[in-house]
Design a protein around this ligand. Structure first.
Ligand code: PLP
Length: 414
């Protein structure tokens, strides 16, 4: 189509922030085109979705009288918020002040991050992030006008000394963390370090956005207590969570635990962002949850993903460690973070691996704030959507690609 308005002069600065081409999108597209095995997609596995039960529960939800009109509580369907508050307290995730009135239902965890960003970020504000961190949150913060400043992390996540040094110098609006089985690194912050981090935030009077969608996908032992719980009466932690990993991401149901001092601001932002979210879906999720045993559901998921995680850890020992590739050893979630022993161009390598060896990985660069070069020598693997039997084959392909790459000139890869 030609002619007419091309919107070039009208596209907002906010939208431009998100228009950069993404290497994640490129590799996922190439994986489909070359029919490659993919360690790229960081999404739940479809055969673990409880499709029949959800179909039934949502169909029944349509029988309720309260799902057809506007739902007059802007925080969302009350029975689901009651279920969440009760569950979080029972599972030791939340302190006792958390009540249904503090639970705000969102369009997945992503919308929770976005609402908190709108509430706390002005153009030019600084947000502290783990390094590396979840790419979509980086884009959300930047879209809101934030400057994302990385805090160096080691195998146990954010380094407290570095946090204190950087936070004292830049006066951030908040610290963003994914404390369990982090995306993309797979790391978990141990309890002792969580306490140190909270002490620093208290001293500097800074809030935290805790994004914990992988909380229940813990394969070896229960994860450490949430920052929300550890902070107790000191309401500086906004907790963000989601049913995308425990039920299915297509339902788009997540939530925020909103501390009382932020409740008013988030209420107004929620109203201005579209008068709530589909009640029928929230009611369907609640009907589903109230007829299952949630811990059994979690166990089933963990059994499924643990097998894949173990197959990948086995492949790491057999095929990647002999090549000098350093990796994280996740105790849950979907991700393994890999660091190259040499300074090869990982973006070119990723394209070569998918095209010539039929294996997709995600280059590390996208997971760092702009200008941070540490991702240039790292990449992320996800075992979430690869059956355990195929993980071994994928790791062998990756090792073969790695060994043969130095002979290949980056420019010869299309
Ligand atoms: C760390 C993190 N936060 C948030 C999300 C968003 O998930 P959703 O919006 O589907 O709940 C994801 C999804 O992969 C994630 O990895």
């Amino acid at each position: 189509m030609t002619g007419g308005c091309d919107f070039r002069e009208q596209i907002s600065v906010m939208a431009r922030e998100r228009l950069e081409s993404s290497s994640i999108g490129e590799i996922i597209e190439m994986a489909a085109r070359f029919r490659a095995l993919s360690f790229g997609a960081g999404e739940p596995s479809p055969e673990l979705f409880p499709k029949d039960m959800i179909r039934e529960a949502v169909a029944e939800a349509f029988e309720g009288q309260d799902v057809w009109g506007y739902y007059h509580d802007d925080f969302g369907y009350l029975p689901l918020r009651e279920w969440i508050a009760e569950r979080m307290i029972k599972d030791g995730m939340a302190p006792s002040w958390v009540k249904p009135e503090h639970i705000l239902l969102t369009n997945g965890g992503g919308e929770g991050v976005s609402l908190v960003s709108e509430a706390l970020i002005d153009p030019g504000s600084v947000v502290l992030v783990e390094s590396p961190t979840y790419v979509e949150s980086l884009l959300t913060f930047r879209k809101q006008g934030a400057i994302c400043v990385p805090v160096p992390s080691d195998d146990e996540g954010i380094i407290p000394f570095e946090l204190e040094r950087i936070a004292s110098a830049v006066r951030p609006r908040f610290l963003y963390t994914i404390p369990n089985f982090q995306n993309p690194s797979g790391r978990t912050i141990p309890e002792e370090r969580r306490i140190q981090i909270l002490d620093i935030l208290r001293r500097l009077n800074l809030p935290m956005l805790e994004d914990d969608p992988y909380h229940y996908l813990s394969y070896d032992a229960a994860p450490p207590p949430c920052f929300l719980k550890l902070a107790g009466e000191d309401c500086r932690v906004v907790h963000c969570n989601s049913f995308s990993k425990t039920i299915a991401p297509g339902l788009r149901v997540g939530w925020l635990v909103v501390p009382p001092p932020l409740r008013n601001a988030l209420h107004h932002l929620r109203v201005s962002a579209g008068l709530g979210r589909p009640t029928v879906i929230q009611a369907g999720v609640w009907r589903y949850l109230s007829r299952i045993d949630f811990p059994s559901r979690v166990k089933k998921l963990c059994d499924g993903y643990r097998e894949r995680r173990d197959a990948m850890l086995d492949g790491i020992i057999r095929y990647l460690e002999p090549l000098g590739i350093r990796t994280s050893k996740p105790a849950g979630g979907f991700f393994v973070w890999c660091e190259s022993p040499d300074s090869r161009d990982i973006h070119s390598f990723a394209r070569y691996a998918v095209e010539k060896h039929g294996i997709a990985i995600i280059p590390g660069q996208s997971f760092f704030p702009r200008g941070d070069k540490r991702g240039d020598w790292a990449f992320r693997l996800s075992y979430a959507k690869v059956p355990a039997e195929q993980v071994n084959e994928g790791m062998q392909r990756l090792a073969r690609a790695w060994e043969s790459f130095p002979a290949v000139r980056a420019s010869s890869v299309s």
